[in-house]
Design a protein around this ligand. Structure first.
Ligand code: KG4
Ligand code: ZN
Length: 341
């Protein structure tokens, strides 16, 4: 009989200190997430030095908590997976050094995991990935369409040429005085407004799967400056709905077009912005219309967490991809570079 494989996973790429124990790549035994949002709120965004300090303070207790809530000890663990990048280098290194210390002390293999591969595998914790699939990745740092023909096989078919979609949400939110992170706040306001501003939709060249959100962001900011100069009333709900409609139109149309031209029947969505209600609703509708299976993880698994790193880590472990103790963080690492054929 096959023995269960337990992976202890560590994620510290941005502002969440998270440790998880995952069984066989798809069962969460524990997933502890220590969020730093309250500390970064007053600065209007993540401050890298503050993030690193919080990771240092929280990592040891988070590891202990993840093991005890999983009813496991380090002896039960088969391998330690850790986010190698992309992310804030100082923050990544806290998780990597903790993972290395555990791997060294308990003589376990260490598995480097790409943060976006982790976001993709968050879906696998709810429902098995079926191939081929298209993954729409929408986070604070990334906006990509990825084609996968099998496990750990990543082909980027489109990506943002400037701002990531979550970044655009956060910047637009700031201009209408909403707190960080702006995405959830805009999403909530957007339910109450109308698309009265008709901001542009940026499609780029015909058949391109690339994205661009900086023009939309500038259009919103310019429009608001103009209105303020003329002392006109700004309807925040309508700004939120108009901005979100533009974003959702482009993301969903390109994702569906990619599924059609790559003959794919499974679309998965990943990353913090995958929580967005407007995006979920539109994709639900379009996928039904086009007979495409849609998977979007629950909100807790959309934002940064170590469970998703453990799920991807399990497949790297099975593929024999491990690292030596000289593993280093990489703040910028291409997902195609971590493809396994
Ligand atoms: O994936 P994530 O937790 O961190 C990164 O790896 O970047 O994504 C964070 C981003 C933030 O920009 C946040 O504003 C956005 O996800 N976000 C949302 C929503 N919830 C989080 N954006 C739009 N609508 C939401 N409901
Ligand atoms: Zn993320």
């Amino acid at each position: 009989m096959n023995r269960d494989i337990l992976i202890l996973a560590v994620e510290t790429s941005c502002d969440e200190t998270s440790v998880s124990v995952i069984k066989n790549g798809n069962t969460i035994l524990s997933n502890i997430v220590l969020s730093q949002i309250e500390s970064h709120k007053r600065f209007g965004g993540v401050v890298p030095e503050v993030a690193s300090r919080h990771h240092v303070e929280g990592i040891t207790t988070t590891i202990d908590e993840a093991l005890s809530s999983a009813n496991a000890t380090m002896e039960d663990i088969d391998a330690v997976a850790v986010t190698q990048g992309p992310g804030l280098i100082g923050a990544l290194l806290i998780g990597i050094n903790a993972a290395k210390a555990l791997a060294f002390a308990y003589n376990k293999p260490i598995i480097p995991v790409h943060h976006i591969a982790g976001h993709i595998y968050a879906n696998h914790l709810e429902e098995p990935l079926t191939f081929p699939l298209i993954a729409l990745i929408v986070s604070g740092g990334h906006t990509e369409l990825v084609y996968m023909k099998s496990h750990l096989n990543f082909e980027v078919i489109g990506e943002t040429r400037d701002d990531a979609v979550g970044e655009a949400y956060d910047k637009v939110a700031r201009t209408i005085d909403l707190p960080y992170p702006g995405g959830p706040a805009i999403d909530a306001l957007a339910l109450e407004g109308k698309d009265t501003y008709h901001f542009p939709r940026v499609w780029l060249e015909k058949d391109s799967y690339d994205f661009s959100f900086s023009g939309l962001k500038s259009a919103v900011i310019n429009k608001l400056h103009n209105q303020r100069q003329k002392n006109e009333d700004i309807n925040k709900e309508d700004v939120a709905t108009s901005f979100q409609d533009s974003v959702v139109d482009v993301l969903s149309t390109k994702a569906i077009n990619a599924c059609k031209s790559y003959h794919v029947e499974h679309l998965i969505v990943a990353g913090g912005v995958a929580s967005n209600k407007g995006l979920r609703e539109r994709l639900n509708h379009l996928c039904k219309e086009n007979n495409i299976k849609l998977s979007i993880p629950n909100s807790k698994l959309c934002t940064d967490n170590a469970a998703m790193i453990g799920a991807a880590g399990y497949y790297y472990y099975k593929a024999g991809v491990t690292s030596s103790l000289d593993l280093n963080g990489k703040n910028n690492i291409d997902i195609e570079d971590v493809t396994v054929e």
